[in-house]
Design a protein around this ligand. Structure first.
Ligand code: GYE
Length: 388
C-alpha cells in the first residue's frame, strides 16, 4: 500500500493568448484565457496563492519549480483537468475535488482550469502524463478527440478516471466514470412539463418551446437535448421553435434569450441547460417585460439546481430545476483507495443520485427513463438541506 503524503499543488496554468480583447503582443493580458492556438503548456506549475480558485485569477506568471522531493516514489500524484469555471455548478464540482483530494485526506493534487478550451485541456492532460502522475482525472469539455491522451496515459501507466461529462472511447481506456445521467435529466424535464401542463388544463393547448442549450459537443448538452426531445416528439401539440448552443454561462443565456424574444416574442416554455443560462434568460425576459415562472406567461425550466437557483424556485421565478450533482469526487477517491489496496473498482459507469425540484406543489411524482421520482417542492427547509 503506497503511503499517501500530504501535498497540494494546484496549478492554474496561466497562458496568455492573443485574443481580441485584453492581450497585447507583449503577452501581458488583462484577461487570462486559454490559448487560441497551440501555445505550449508551461512545463512548470504556478503555485497559486491562498486566495483559492474562484473565477479567473491574475496569477503571477513566474513559475515555481515543483519541489524535487515531491516526486518521491512513495507519493501518489493526481492530475485533474477541469472544464473551466463557467458556472456555479462548475465551481461546486471543483470545490468537491479540492475538498476530497485535500491536505486533510492526504493527497497531492495538481489542477488545471481549462477555461472551456478543449485543445488546451488535452494539452494539459498530456503535460500531466509526461510528469508521470499516477492518476489523471478528466472532466472532458467535449466528448470527442481524447484518443491520443488516453493512449499516452495507458502507455505511461497513468490510471484515468472520467468525472461528470463523458468521453467517446472504449471503456477499457479508463478505470471508471462517475457523473449524471444527462439523458434522464432531459426526460425528467419533459415528464414534469407534461404533468404540469395537465394540472393547468393545458395538455391539449399548442405549446411553443425554445431551448438555450449547453456547450456544443458536451455530454450534458447532448444528453439533455436527447432526453427532452423524446417528449417533444411524443406531444404533437408541442412545437420546438429553436434550440441554440450556449456555453453554460449567464452571458450566453441572456444573449440567446434576447435573440429568441426578438424572433418569437412571447414563448410558452424556455428550457435552459443550466442555471447560469437560466439567470441570463431571466434578465432578458425582465428587460423585455415578459413574465415567467409561477403565474407568468412563460414557463422556465433549468438544470443543475444549485443553491442560488433553488432560491429562484422558492420565489417562483423558476418553475422547475433538475439536479445535476457535482459532488462525484468522493466516489473517485473511494475507487482510488480500492485500486491502491488491490481491490477492483465497482463498475465502469456510475451514476450519482439526483433530485427534481419545483416551485408549485402540483406535480407529485414523475415517471421517466424507467424510474419514478418524487418532485420536491422547494421550501426554506429544503434550501437549508442543500450541500451546494
Ligand atoms: O450542467 C453546467 C456546467 O457538465 C453537467 O457543465 C456539467 C454542466 C453543468 O457548466 O453548469
Amino acid at each position: 500500500m503506497k503511503i499517501i503524503y500530504l501535498l497540494a499543488y494546484i496549478m492554474i496554468m496561466s497562458v496568455c493568448t492573443f485574443s481580441l480583447s485584453g492581450c497585447n503582443r507583449s503577452g501581458t493580458a488583462d484577461v487570462e484565457v486559454a490559448p487560441e492556438d497551440n501555445v505550449p503548456i508551461n512545463s512548470n506549475p504556478t503555485k497559486i496563492p491562498d486566495s483559492g480558485l474562484h473565477g479567473k485569477q491574475d496569477w503571477d506568471s513566474s513559475n515555481i519549480e515543483l519541489d524535487s522531493d515531491i516526486h518521491d516514489a512513495e507519493i501518489i500524484t493526481i492530475g485533474f483537468v477541469q472544464v473551466g469555471h463557467e458556472s456555479a455548478w462548475r465551481e461546486a464540482a471543483t470545490e468537491s475535488v479540492l475538498d476530497t483530494f485535500s491536505r486533510d485526506n492526504g493527497y497531492e493534487l495538481m489542477f488545471i482550469d481549462s477555461d472551456n478550451n478543449s485543445d488546451y485541456q488535452k494539452q494539459a492532460a498530456m503535460q500531466f502524463i509526461e510528469q508521470k502522475i499516477d492518476y489523471l482525472i478528466i472532466d472532458p469539455i467535449v466528448t470527442g478527440g481524447w484518443d491520443n491522451v488516453l493512449k499516452a496515459a495507458k502507455e505511461a501507466g497513468v490510471k484515468v478516471f472520467v468525472i461528470d461529462r463523458t468521453i467517446d472511447c472504449d471503456e477499457s481506456m479508463y478505470e471508471a466514470w462517475f457523473g449524471s445521467d444527462f439523458e434522464a435529466e432531459g426526460e425528467a424535464a419533459g415528464a414534469w412539463l407534461e404533468a404540469y401542463l395537465k394540472d393547468k388544463g393545458r395538455e391539449k393547448e399548442d405549446i411553443s418551446i425554445v431551448t438555450v442549450a449547453g456547450t456544443k459537443g458536451s455530454a450534458a448538452r447532448k444528453g439533455r437535448t436527447k432526453g427532452f426531445s423524446k417528449y417533444i416528439k411524443k406531444n404533437d401539440n408541442w412545437t420546438k421553435l429553436a434550440e441554440k448552443d450556449g456555453e453554460f454561462t449567464k452571458e450566453s443565456g441572456k444573449r440567446i434569450m434576447e435573440e429568441f424574444i426578438i424572433k418569437y416574442g412571447k414563448i410558452d416554455v424556455v428550457v435552459c441547460h443550466n442555471d447560469n443560462e437560466a439567470w441570463g434568460a431571466m434578465e432578458a425576459l425582465d428587460e423585455a417585460g415578459i413574465t415567467y415562472g409561477m403565474g407568468g406567461d412563460t414557463i422556465l425550466i433549468s438544470f443543475d439546481a444549485v443553491y442560488e437557483s433553488l432560491e429562484y424556485v422558492l420565489s417562483g421565478k423558476i418553475n422547475a430545476d433538475f439536479e445535476c450533482n457535482p459532488l462525484s469526487a468522493p466516489y473517485i477517491e473511494d475507487a482510488i483507495r480500492r485500486i491502491e489496496s488491490g481491490r477492483h473498482v465497482v463498475s465502469k459507469t456510475n451514476y450519482i443520485d439526483e433530485a427534481c425540484f419545483q416551485a408549485e406543489n402540483n406535480v407529485y411524482t414523475i415517471e421517466y427513463a424507467g424510474r419514478t421520482s418524487k418532485m420536491i417542492t422547494v421550501t426554506e427547509q429544503v434550501l437549508k438541506s442543500r450541500a451546494y
